[in-house]
Design a protein around this ligand. Structure first.
Ligand code: H79
Length: 435
């Protein structure tokens, strides 16, 4: 049961809150899965390998020596960091997290710790992550790197690698060489490189800790600990708190009480897969972002660029449509808190404290046909109710007991998710909540 005593926070908690402040306000980021796997794009020797394309090496059982050859042709000449960052910003995203090395073990940055990297092993004579880091600084957006710390299908010590066959096995742990050889020989040095050489990362995003040991996790955490402002996730080891938890491809129905971020694809695959046409609509993606914000989480929405260095057209279209909505309605997302209501029949709610007063943002997924938008069980002193996308449009209201009825004309204001702002004096109290 909640108590009304003011919370007393210790020094560590205050510092943690300070570190997390921008991340908690951001609400919306871009995930980028880009690597050698974009070249086969889900197809190997004329055969479609179903599932997620960045797993093709394991799913098709491709020997290291064969997979390595992909690097010889990897030459993403259309890559344009400025355009990528510009689009992320247009979409309303406040941070980018990009794969610096996925399970295939190939580094998308210039690494001294392993020659198997984009500068030394491909004809592409540029470091795309350096270019991205510079652009993020220039355009003012936060940047994180994803690093697959456990699985590395290129190294005999990486988990899920079968030395005898020279290829990954994802169903059994076939490690023959000690994990720490790989951790100390490649993972630790590369993590030092990415944290040191890219102008200070904001996020380090670990992935599934299959086959990790506590010793390996501590060795990597030691490196991360040198960067007090660095935000990391909970996937270094299991169990491992990190700074936030990471539901993948689903939204937790009632949110989580720890900081959390849903990572989600727009279609099925993370990496580019040329025949993956299972696209979610822009409308569904906007509603997903709203749904997550109404539960207090962040959305990290994925793009899988091509081997040529371009975002797929359907991704661009969706990001633009989300941007159009965010430019009008972003206030109802950034820096908001979870809904105080247990359930609302017509949509979702986000809230924000502004100088001691509360704004309720009503996200109306289903505009009421009977002209009455009802907020059930609310005690509040209301100042004003208006349309976020057009603040000149005010609405009349009346209370019936604790039910707030807003007079909603039977016109559709916005094509996707109309946001109605309820401005109150002081705090609000919700009386309708059932568990
Ligand atoms: O980077 C993306 C995925 O490649 C990565 N995490 C996101 C962010 C990821 N690594 N592991 N997993 C996700 C979960 C693995 C699921 C598996 Fe399977 C089920 C591995 C083996 C069976 C999926 C299906 C992959 C191969 C077959």
């Amino acid at each position: 049961p909640k108590q009304d005593k003011p919370e007393v926070k210790d020094e560590a908690t205050l510092q943690h809150d300070q570190k997390m402040e921008w991340w908690r306000e951001a609400r919306f980021g871009m995930f980028i899965h880009w690597g050698l796997y974009a070249e086969p794009a889900g197809e190997w020797k004329g055969e479609r390998i179903p599932g997620i394309s960045e797993w093709i090496m394991a799913r098709a059982g491709i020997p290291v020596k064969e997979y390595e050859k992909l690097a010889e042709n990897f030459n993403p000449e259309k890559y344009d960091a400025e355009a990528w960052v510009k689009l992320a910003k247009f979409a309303g995203m406040k941070y980018i997290v990009i794969t610096s090395k996925h399970h295939d073990g190939f580094a998308m940055f210039h690494s001294k710790a392993s020659k198997y990297n984009i500068v030394d092993a491909t004809p592409f004579d540029r470091d795309p992550l350096k270019e991205l880091a510079d652009e993020c600084k220039k355009q003012g957006i936060r940047l994180g790197f994803y690093y697959s710390q456990a699985q590395d299908w290129h190294e005999p010590g990486g988990t899920y690698f079968n030395i005898e066959e020279g290829k990954p096995h994802w169903d059994k742990d076939m490690v023959r060489e000690p994990l720490m050889n790989y951790i100390n020989g490649k993972a630790v040095p590369q993590v030092k490189e990415i944290l040191e050489n890219y102008g200070g990362l904001d996020i380090l995003w670990w992935d599934t800790p299959r086959g990790m040991t506590e010793e390996a996790a501590l060795a990597l955490q030691d490196v991360a600990d040198n960067y007090p402002d660095l935000i990391t996730n909970n996937r270094l080891y299991r169990p491992w708190p990190g700074d936030f938890s990471t539901p993948e491809q689903h939204v937790p129905p009632t949110g989580l009480d720890y900081d959390w971020e849903v990572c989600m694809t727009m279609n099925t695959s993370w990496g580019y897969q040329w025949y993956d046409e299972n696209w979610k609509s822009a409308e569904d993606l906007i509603k997903m972002l709203v749904d997550i914000a109404s539960k207090g989480g962040n959305l990290l929405l994925n793009v899988g660029p091509t081997a040529g260095g371009e975002f797929p057209k359907p991704s661009i279209e969706r990001l633009k449509q989300m941007g159009v909505w965010m430019q009008k309605n972003g206030e109802s997302i950034y820096g908001t808190s979870a809904s105080p209501f247990f359930k609302l029949p017509w949509g979702r709610c986000t809230t924000k404290e502004v100088k001691g007063n509360t704004n309720l943002y009503l996200h109306v997924f289903d505009w009421p046909k009977d002209g009455l938008l009802t907020v059930p069980g609310l005690k509040a002193r209301i100042n004003d109710i208006y349309l976020l996308s057009n603040p000149k449009q005010h609405f009349a209201w009346k209370f019936e007991g604790d039910d707030l009825h807003i007079h909603a004309p039977s016109v559709i204001f916005d094509e996707i998710n109309t946001v109605v702002v309820v401005k109150t004096k002081g705090k609000v109290e919700v009386t309708s909540n059932k568990p």
